[in-house]
Write a protein that binds this ligand. Structure first.
Ligand SMILES: Nc1ncnc2c1ncn2[C@@H]1O[C@H](COP(=O)(O)OP(=O)(O)OP(=O)(O)O)[C@@H](O)[C@H]1O
Length: 526
């Protein structure tokens, strides 16, 4: 009946009047006076029929929207506990009820542990709440039952289910909770999670999925939905705090990320003519403006969040950050291709240096040449996205040069270290961070057969063919970087075949610039 009536909910039939019973009564009185006609007699008889009278009375009740049952007053002898019992009838079809239960170890009482947002119980007008004590299900007392038995009764029931509950006192705070969106930074499968209170209620998701957090009422188990999922019912996921505490407990002593990429890069103008390869961090004497505790070292790994900060959909982004990628993986090659593909649309920054200008160089072309004193003052005033020192000279990318590219309405292509990405993750720069990673060893050997790497080990920085060690180092570094900084990357591109990787990068950028995508809420405030 419930399902059939739902059909009428859409057409919303409106009553012509809400006092049909009174009208029928009046009519019936008048018809009695003129009872000689056969038809009139029949109509009068019909209107006197108790079933018709009841039908019209029900019609009027519905038309007047007087649904609330008129309950008899509570008997005075009822004790407080009995007076707080509620009988609830829910209509359930094949989908799960959307509630989990728990048993109090001391008293054996069964409680509603949580109501899954958007589930059948939740949609039935929030009649049941977490914290309610369940006394009976379909007339069967549950105090001697295990939660599994009750779940079985519930799973087998269809149609109306009757609960007798003692309402809990706790207010359902989650109704007022704002719904937040987060990006998952790990894969989760509830069937492999021994800690989850109910595996069936768990939500499976993949790293990178956007989760709509429906309830954070429980500090350990949040309720979430996958963004865009038509199923209205939320599932359980470990809360941010809980997942991070578990990961912390399991964490291995952190390995040291090889300084290879940071230390192996060479001053650009000395080694490369291309304006795109303005890397300047080169020797082991390098110093970064990396905040304390965020260098590539074992003792100070950043706390890697497993769920991102709150997100919101937003339009185009202004700055493409590549990196940190392993040396030789092809970042400059991809950057060069992008710039050639649309020089009006993409731009790069020109670095600053404190080294003396060479004869063939011009200020503002290869570098902005400034004095060591001024460079140090700019470091002090946090004017650099990142900087380094090589052979006693400073090299760095300033925030102002980045702003200069952006004011020309260009997308700035930057190749920076993780700490710099963090610095740039603001409403002003809105970076889209791409991590370029190498393919498997066999494919590296195949694709890089004729490619040359610019050697960082010899000081002249000459180009030479890739060696097995280069490939291995590239793979190891990529793995380390992904595991430590994966949460900063919006897109991971495997640079196997260069043309394929390039078109993947191009279409990702196009999507970002033309469509909407998820960015931290804080970026959308300004
Ligand atoms: N997919 C690919 N297939 C074949 N060769 C490639 C591919 N990608 C890049 N290369 C070649 O590998 C070499 C190194 O590439 P590139 O200079 O772009 O790396 P990089 O990541 O910028 O290195 P570094 O950070 O050390 O400057 C170049 O000769 C480039 O042409």
């Amino acid at each position: 009946i419930h399902e059939r009536l739902q059909h009428y909910e859409e057409s919303k039939p409106a009553p012509v009047m809400d006092s049909a019973a009174v009208l029928a009564q009046d009519l019936s009185e008048q018809l009695k006076i003129k009872s000689e006609n056969g038809d009139i007699k029949e109509l009068a008889k019909l209107l006197e029929n108790p079933h018709v009278k009841s039908l019209l009375s029900v019609h009027d009740t519905v038309a007047q929207k007087r649904y609330d049952p008129e309950l008899p007053p509570l008997p005075e002898y009822l004790n407080i506990e009995e007076s707080s019992v509620k009988i609830i009838r829910l209509v359930k079809n094949k989908e799960p009820l959307g509630a989990t239960i728990r048993r109090d170890d001391e008293t054996g009482a069964i409680f509603v542990a949580r109501i899954m947002r958007g589930g059948a119980a939740d949609r039935s007008g929030r009649l049941i709440h977490s914290g309610d004590e369940v006394k009976e299900v379909n007339g069967i007392p549950v105090d001697d039952k295990k939660p599994e038995d009750i779940i079985r009764i519930l799973a087998q029931s269809q149609g109306a289910i009757t609960f007798k509950v003692v309402p809990g006192l706790k207010e359902d705070a989650s109704i007022r909770e704002p719904k937040v969106f987060l990006r998952a930074l790990f894969d989760y499968d509830p069937s492999n999670d021994s800690a989850i209170p109910c595996k069936e209620a768990g939500l499976r998701f993949k790293k990178g999925s956007i989760l709509q957090i429906m309830s954070q009422e429980d500090a350990t188990w949040w309720q979430a939905k996958l963004d865009g999922d038509a199923n209205p019912r939320a599932g359980l996921i470990p809360s941010k705090q809980f997942q991070e505490s578990r990961r912390f407990a399991l964490r291995q002593p952190a390995a040291t990320l090889p300084l290879q990429r940071t230390l192996s890069r060479r001053p650009s103008s000395e080694d490369r003519s291309s304006i795109l390869s303005r890397s300047f961090t080169t020797s082991s004497s390098l110093t970064h403006n990396c905040p304390k505790g965020e260098r590539f070292s074992s003792s100070c790994f950043p706390a890697y969040p497993l769920l991102s900060c709150p997100l919101r959909r937003c339009g185009a982004q202004s700055c493409l950050c590549q990196g940190p990628g392993p040396s030789g993986v092809g970042m400059n090659e991809l950057k060069r291709k992008l710039l050639i593909s649309d020089p009006q649309h993409f731009g790069v920054t020109i670095p600053h240096t404190s080294r003396p200008k060479k004869n063939q160089e011009s200020d503002g072309v290869e570098y902005h040449f400034i004095s060591k004193h001024l460079f140090e003052a700019d470091i002090h005033n946090n004017k650099f996205v990142e900087y380094g020192e090589y052979k006693g000279n400073y090299y760095g990318t300033s925030l102002d040069t980045l702003r200069g590219v952006l004011t020309k309405k260009k997308v700035c292509l930057l190749d920076v270290q993780p700490h710099a990405i963090k610095l740039l993750r603001t409403a002003e720069f809105k970076p889209f961070v791409v991590f370029v990673k190498p393919p498997k060893m066999e494919r590296l050997r195949e694709t890089r057969k004729n490619a040359k790497i610019i050697s960082s080990k010899d000081d002249k920085g000459s180009a030479r063919p890739f060696t097995e060690e280069d490939f291995q180092e590239m793979l190891n570094t990529a793995e380390m970087m992904e595991s430590q900084y994966g949460h900063l990357f919006e897109k991971v591109i495997v640079n196997d075949d260069l043309t394929t990787a390039f078109s993947e990068l191009q279409s990702a950028l196009k999507r970002v610039e033309t469509g909407t995508h998820w960015v931290p809420v804080s970026w959308t405030h300004s």
